[in-house]
Design a protein around this ligand. Structure first.
Ligand SMILES: O=C(O)CCC(=O)C(=O)O
Ligand SMILES: [Fe+2]
Length: 321
């Protein structure tokens, strides 16, 4: 049974939204974010840029093939749900980290050249910075809702350096799917603190409020014009001892081509996530031991490098999905 769903709306221009934010994170694990002050023009440029990149030839895109979780991930590269999408997800994407993030190897982001896509890098970097600030604002409100200081996530090192990854995505329309591919993106939870998502309005995103229920009930999450969709991720679920829900979601086979842009607020790799005192005591006791983010992510980014998982996929399939 599938149907439309009530999504709580968090209005960032409201004076006191602690209670509604907390309620949305506890009862739903997702909400719309409105009055966020991100300019429509920037969002339009990001979607135009995203279409421009995914329209490039496969050869051009492969020049920035993902390394160290940065760069192009071709069709079928990501394996989120091996039951429904055993061959991988029939979508393509490109990942970037913080423009300023300098690892011992330098900044790991990979960019199409300025000749191929003029202003592309500057647009994506601008969007990254704007959404990073928006996410920090939401996370400071979440901290207040959890009865800790508003700079809690800064203080525990979640942004030092920022582990957030920006990811424009492209789903081909359903006529390009082989029958066996049930979904554009298999069922999963996100790994980080929160995800801030925007789509081009083409339907597809669904959530399942109880993954153990049989049969599972998947409900559509429509894009709210001008709003972002925010969902809680696994790290936040651990911090809050499961008070906040890291919600299962997926993207069905879209009827037409679909584009979306997600920013995953993963805490920085050395940050340790430990149940908040305000969320646990003897009853309920902490359900998880403290975990270093890098160790958690290593176990959960299970998808294989493209040269291994795509070995049975033809060039034609990689081009079209
Ligand atoms: O494209 C979407 O609407 C959602 C994608 C998603 O859930 C993800 O990449 O984690
Ligand atoms: Fe997701």
């Amino acid at each position: 049974m599938e149907g439309a769903l009530q999504v709580p709306i968090i209005d960032l221009s409201s004076i006191d939204l602690s209670d509604s934010l907390k309620k949305a994170c506890i009862e739903n694990g997702y909400f719309y974010l409105i009055n966020h002050e991100v300019e429509g023009d920037l969002i339009r440029r990001v979607f135009d840029g995203s279409r421009g990149f995914f329209d490039l030839s496969i050869g051009e895109k492969m020049k920035v093939l993902r390394k160290n979780h940065r760069g192009y991930t071709p069709f079928y590269d990501e394996k989120l749900d091996l039951v429904d999408n055993p061959k991988g997800d029939p979508k393509e994407s490109i990942y970037f980290g913080a423009p300023e993030d300098i690892s011992p190897y330098g900044n790991l982001n990979q960019w199409p050249t300025e000749e191929i896509l003029p202003c592309w890098r500057s647009t994506m970097e601008e969007y990254y910075r704007v959404i990073l600030n928006l996410g920090k604002r939401v996370l400071s409100l979440i901290a207040l809702a959890l009865n800790v200081n508003e700079d809690f996530f800064e203080k525990v090192g979640a942004f030092n350096p920022p582990g957030a990854l920006l990811r424009p995505m492209h789903y081909p329309d359903e006529i390009n799917y082989c029958d066996q591919y049930m979904h554009g993106c298999g069922a999963h939870t996100d790994y980080g603190m929160i995800t801030i998502l925007i789509t081009d309005g083409v339907p597809g995103l669904q959530v399942c409020r109880d993954i153990l229920q049989k049969p599972q009930i998947w409900e559509d999450v429509p894009q709210l014009n001008g709003g972002f969709i925010v969902n809680v991720g696994d790290m936040m679920e651990r911090w809050t001892n499961c008070l906040f829900k890291s919600i299962y979601h997926r993207v069905t086979k879209p009827e037409q081509e679909r584009y979306s842009v997600a920013m995953f607020f993963d805490p920085s790799p050395d940050c340790v996530v430990e149940c908040l005192k305000s969320c646990c005591s003897e009853s309920p006791p902490p359900r998880f031991p403290p975990v270093r983010v890098a160790d958690y992510l290593k176990e959960h980014y299970i998808w294989l490098p493209v040269n291994m998982c795509n070995k049975n996929i033809t060039e034609e399939e990689m081009r079209t999905g």
